[in-house]
Each structure stands twice: as C-alpha cells, then as structure tokens.
Write a new protein. Structure first.
Length: 452
C-alpha cells in the first residue's frame, strides 16, 4: 500500500508520500548504531530507536543478524498449535526468570497490538474459566495508546484516534490521567475509578488495563504512588485483574527488565513486544501470573486463539540473542544509571525556554511537555501545529524525535518523546540533546512571535 501511494510522486525518488499525503518522507536505506542514513546521503541521529522505540539495541548488530541467519538455516518456522520448538521454550523460561515474582507463563505473539489484545482475551477467558462470565468490561486511562486493532483502539479514550471507527469500538470506560495539571495526587483518578465501578457494577469488570509508564500518549508519565496503592486495594476488593501494557517499557526501556518493578503492585498480566525483538524480528509476549494460568489448568485446559507466527523459532531465536546481549553488555544497568543524567542534560539544555514546562524521564524513555508561554500552564493552541513543527525541524537538524499533538478530550497538549537506543554512546547522546535543544529554540521563537 505504501509503495503504490509513493509511486505517484516521481519528482524526487529520494522522498515519497506514504502516510501523510502532503509530506515528503526521507527514504532511509541503512543504519549503524544510533545513526540512520537516507538515499541522499543525509545522516540522522535516531533518538526514537527506529521511530517507534523498537530498535533498542541500535542498527546493524551483526551478532543478532547472525543469530537470525543461523536459526533460519536450521528451522525458521513451525506453527505453535500442535508443535513447539527449543527457542520458544527457552525464551519463555528466560522471560519468566526476569519477570516480576509470581509471573510463571508466557504466550508469544508477533507485535504490541497483538500482545495487548491477547491480554484482554486472557483476562476475559480467565473469568469465564472461574464461572464469572459476566465480567467483560475493561477500564483504562483516557490518555493511552495500545495499538491500532479495533479491540486495542477501544482501550484508549482518545476520540481522535477512534474516529471513524466508533461503531466498531467496544464500550469500555476510561478515567482521567493524574497529571500535574489535573490531579497531582491521584485522588481524583481513584474517585473516577470508583464512579465507573459503581456505574457498570464491579462484578462486570474484567480488568484495569494501563501502561505503568506511558509512552506515546503522555511521554514518560506515570501516576503517583497513591493511585497505584489505591488500584491494588480495589483489585483485592472487587476481583478484577490488572493488565500492564509494557509494549514499550518491557525488556529494559525504563531501566529494569519490566517497569512493573518500579511500582508498588504486581500486575496479573503483562504484554510486551518492542524491546524483545529490538527491531530485528516481529515478536511480542504476554506473561501471566500463576493464578491466571491455574484457572485454565484446572478448568478447560485450553486457550487456542493465536496467530500464524506466534512463537516461531526464527523470531524466538532473535529474542534469545537480544536477551543475551542485554545481559552480556549490561545494557539495562546502563539505561538505569545513565537515564537520570540524560534527563538532567535534556532539562538543562531546554532551560530558559518558556514554552517548555516539564522534562520527564524513566531510563531511556523521556518526555518533554510544552505550554503556552503567555501563562506557563495552558495548552498551546492546536492550530499552531507545534508538535508537527518540532518533528519536521528536528529532521532538518538531523535528529529523529516523535511529538504528539493536543487531544480532543482536553487531557494532553503538545509533547515530544525522546527514546534513544540503549547502546547510544555518550557523545551521540550529547549530540542528540544539542540538536533537539536547537530545534526547540528555533520552533519556540517562531511560535512565540505568532502568539504576541
């Protein structure tokens, strides 16, 4: 589909039109480490790990490529419904080893949206297995992104993402985020959760579904500890499950194997993906607490839904090599130790720019939030297109970032994600920060002039 659209523009074959029809995209042809290069020879610092936070180990890793080639020569594919393979079994065992305590079983998928959708299915089936078939409702934060499938789109409360697919959306419920602007203590979010539970009936709720640390929707945001403790108490009282979307934060991004380790409660189900394949294979996983597995083991003993490439030996061999690299090069420790300093460097570089309100960070997942400089609190007017200007100017500066625009629900404004590969050298991190700061100063100067 992308290519058929792109082929309509023959004026410059180095820039095509695949997604935003009015925008000409660089054609990236190679990458090494934290750098990528387009077909004109221009090089970019990849501060977004491949653009979607997936290329956590950087580009051009010969060891991972070699592991994939070696596995392909032996056995690239068998279907997981009636067959298994050593790579699948070993990778599952290694994920259980690094997962939070009590997580004992793994189901493989091929990506983040599938992992999240599988988590919903497992939560629903868990309650059915236990004789509570009325439980189907899912409650989730309004500001989130869990994937582009109909089920995962239904988990977000962002109407701009759901249109025009509203008729297909499941009727889930959402609560506001506990940001500095709306609810710094988390108390309002807990009150909103209680209202939803009362409205739908707690006996009808299957799961609370959330990111432990938000990625695209509210970059590097996490609710205050009081909210998490209140959520744990309500799980105990009402019997719903807690599912974590760790598609981005899992496998090292936040400085731990899983961001769940940073929070005062352990979930029942974790969905993860991007970091498991590190951009070298399409693979995701759903990890379940033992009591979830036991509901199936003592019940129907079946859970058959799945996809063609789930647990294929080729993708699992890549996952195993990724985990080997993370351990051998102590990259999660590097992210944990270097992340706070990177956040401080980014904040320092943006000091004195009134349009920048906050710089957040957890490991190598950082977020920059912008405000109207006239009062230091309000969202920027959407018609300014500040986020898009940031991304395009950053590209001109030779650095790739990802910014989000204001949302129709009024809970989020312009923000930027900053999520470099774990292997990025200190020199390249410094250059990323410098180029990004130059970008923000340039865009802010233009916007502030328009606001006068």
């Amino acid at each position: 589909m992308d290519r058929s659209v792109a082929s309509t523009d023959t004026r410059d074959d180095s820039r095509v039109l695949p997604l935003e029809l009015e925008r000409r995209y660089p054609v990236v042809v190679r990458g090494h480490g934290a750098w990528v290069e387009d077909s004109t020879g221009k090089r970019y610092l990849d501060a977004m790990s491949g653009g979607s936070m997936a290329a956590t180990l950087g580009h051009g890793r010969r060891d991972i490529i070699g592991a994939a080639a070696a596995q392909a020569a032996r056995l690239s594919y068998v279907h997981n419904e009636r067959l298994t393979n050593p790579q699948r079994e070993q990778l599952a065992a290694e994920l259980v080893e690094v997962a939070p305590p009590g997580m004992t079983r793994v189901r493989f998928v091929t990506g983040g949206a599938e992992a999240n959708e599988m988590a919903i299915q497992i939560a629903r089936a868990y309650h059915v297995e236990r004789g509570e078939a009325k439980r189907w409702q899912v409650i989730s934060p309004a500001q989130a992104y869990h994937g582009p499938t109909m089920a995962t789109l239904g988990l977000t409360g962002r109407p701009g993402l759901q249109a025009p697919f509203g008729p297909y959306m499941p009727a889930h419920h959402h609560i506001p985020p506990s940001t500095w602007r709306f609810d710094p203590t988390g108390e309002a979010a807990l009150e909103a959760l209680d209202r939803v539970l009362d409205e739908v009936g707690p006996e009808n709720v299957s799961a609370y579904f959330c990111e432990p640390i938000t990625a695209a929707a509210l970059p590097a945001y996490s609710p205050p500890e009081e909210f998490w403790r209140g959520l744990a108490e309500r799980r105990h009282r009402h019997g719903f499950l807690i599912c974590y979307d760790e598609v981005v934060t899992g496998v090292g991004r936040a400085g731990e194997w899983f961001a769940a380790e940073k929070l005062p409660l352990t979930p029942d189900i974790i969905a993860t993906a991007k970091g498991l394949g590190a951009g070298y294979a399409a693979i995701g996983a759903v990890i379940c607490a033992d009591h979830v597995y036991q509901a199936f083991a003592s019940g129907s003993r079946r859970f058959t839904l799945g996809h063609t490439w789930d647990g294929a030996p080729l993708s699992c061999a890549v996952g195993l090599k990724v985990m080997d690299v993370l351990r051998g090069e102590r990259l999660i420790e590097r992210v944990r130790e270097r992340g706070p300093r990177l956040r401080d460097e980014l904040a320092s570089a943006l000091t004195g720019i009134p349009i920048v309100r906050e710089v957040r960070g957890h490991g190598f997942l950082l977020g920059v939030e912008y405000v109207d400089p006239r009062d230091g609190e309000s969202f920027l007017p959407p018609e300014l297109g500040f986020a898009r200007r940031v991304d395009l100017t950053a590209m001109d500066q030779g650095v790739i970032v990802y910014s989000t625009m204001p949302t129709r629900d009024g809970f989020a404004g312009d923000q930027t994600l900053f999520a470099p590969p774990f292997t990025t050298s200190d020199d390249d991190l410094s250059e990323m920060v410098a180029r990004f700061a130059s970008t923000i100063r340039a865009v802010a100067a233009n916007v502030e002039g328009e606001l006068r």
